[in-house]
Design a protein around this ligand. Structure first.
Ligand code: SAM
Ligand code: SF4
Ligand code: SF4
Length: 340
């Protein structure tokens, strides 16, 4: 029997609870709000193979984080399904004692053929990003030629593999894909899958974010409510980031993540590990804390745990509550590096 892990609290009393692990900074998409091609072009220098944490290193750090209170892990990227043998990592993590929830966020371009193996390896849930139902809009958002049908096939494959319901994330950007809110809502109504709308965020310094491009949670809700009447639902658990609504006609539920207009920093329990082993305590941080160096120099589990604990205990992040015109240009880690 494993011992109950300690709760590790930050300076604002928030426990360390979730860990998001980015397994690669590469992606086969160039979403305009995340990896605009002008910045992430042919000359962009991605991490080299030797800079990436190995699966053994990731597992070891995950085990140490679990010992400090983490019980949920999400694999992300870049595009996590681009990392070779990712199923093997899922298997190595799913057997860790004390882990309640193992999930992944993916663009689903490679999911249809990998879903069964991921499920068999122990993946419990999956979130798929999909910003449009119309191929032309989707192409403008993702800036690649992958058709929407490929992503929809990935969602179907995941559901058939037992990863039902799938959460589907749509980032809404003004003038870019806001006309896809209702088509996507209609497509997923009655499917059992949970569509979640995300306000466009000023992550990193490459996506040209402006407040004027944010379609607010309120506006998203109103647009859907006008077409299909909605009623609010209670959160599933304290600190859930999506506000939940159900269709009054019984066609299921949706979520809206108001990261910009209704920040949820006061309940933020998320730690983030980049593919090269940097530990971040906020999505909008300018700098991470290197864990790979200590790992490769032979630090013991206890030494690594001390380092992680002391970083978390010093944490005061609440960027989204403090966001202003002055904070937007501050140096921040790119989304493709930290993984969302
Ligand atoms: N490539 C995978 C994918 O897209 O699902 C995983 C990594 S991606 C960085 C994780 C999530 O962050 C995706 O759902 C994506 O839509 C979201 N995201 C990226 N940039 C964003 C931004 N500027 N504002 C809001 N969400 C963003
Ligand atoms: Fe790639 Fe995901 Fe970023 Fe799109 S959001 S560019 S799929 S990492
Ligand atoms: Fe958490 Fe930082 Fe986002 Fe606030 S801004 S919710 S502290 S990641």
């Amino acid at each position: 029997m494993s011992a109950t892990p300690a709760r590790t609290l930050d300076r604002l009393g928030r426990p360390l609870g979730d860990l998001r692990i980015s397994v690669t900074d590469r992606c086969n998409f160039r979403c305009v709000y995340c990896m605009p091609r002008e910045v992430f072009g042919p000359d962009f220098e991605f991490l080299s193979r030797s800079e990436l944490l190995s699966f053994e290193e990731i597992r070891r750090l995950a085990r140490i984080f679990i010992g400090l209170g983490v019980d949920k892990i999400r694999l992300t990227g870049g595009e996590p399904l681009l990392r070779k043998e990712i199923g093997q990592l899922v298997e190595m993590l799913s057997s860790l004692d004390g882990l309640d929830d193992l999930t992944m966020t993916t663009n689903a371009s490679l999911l249809a053929r990998k879903a069964q193996a991921l499920r068999a390896a122990g993946l419990q849930r999956i979130t798929v990003s999909l910003d449009a139902l119309d191929d032309n809009v989707f192409r403008r958002m993702s800036d690649v030629k992958v058709p929407v049908a490929t992503v929809l096939a990935g969602i179907r494959g995941a559901a058939e593999a037992g990863l039902h319901p799938v959460k589907v994330n749509m980032v809404v950007k003004r003038g870019a894909n806001e006309d896809q809110i209702l088509p996507l809502a209609e497509y997923f109504r009655g499917s059992g899958h949970i569509l979640r709308f995300i306000e466009f965020m000023d992550v990193g310094n490459s996506n040209g974010w402006r407040m004027a491009d944010v379609v607010t949670a309120r506006e998203i809700r109103d647009r859907i409510d006008e077409r299909w009447s909605l009623e609010p639902l209670d959160p599933n658990y304290t600190g859930e980031v999506a506000s939940r609504y159900r269709y009054r006609d019984g066609a299921g539920e949706i979520g809206i993540i108001a990261s910009v207009t209704r920040p949820f920093c006061s309940t933020c329990t998320r730690a983030r590990l980049t593919a090269n082993g940097e530990f971040f305590t906020c999505l909008f941080s300018g700098r991470g804390h290197d864990l790979r160096g200590a790992l490769r120099e032979g630090a013991s589990d206890a030494e690594l745990a001390d380092r992680i604990r002391s970083v978390w205990q010093g944490r005061v992040d609440r960027y989204s509550e403090l966001r202003s015109e002055a904070t937007v240009p501050l140096p921040k880690v790119e989304m493709s590096r930290i993984g969302g």
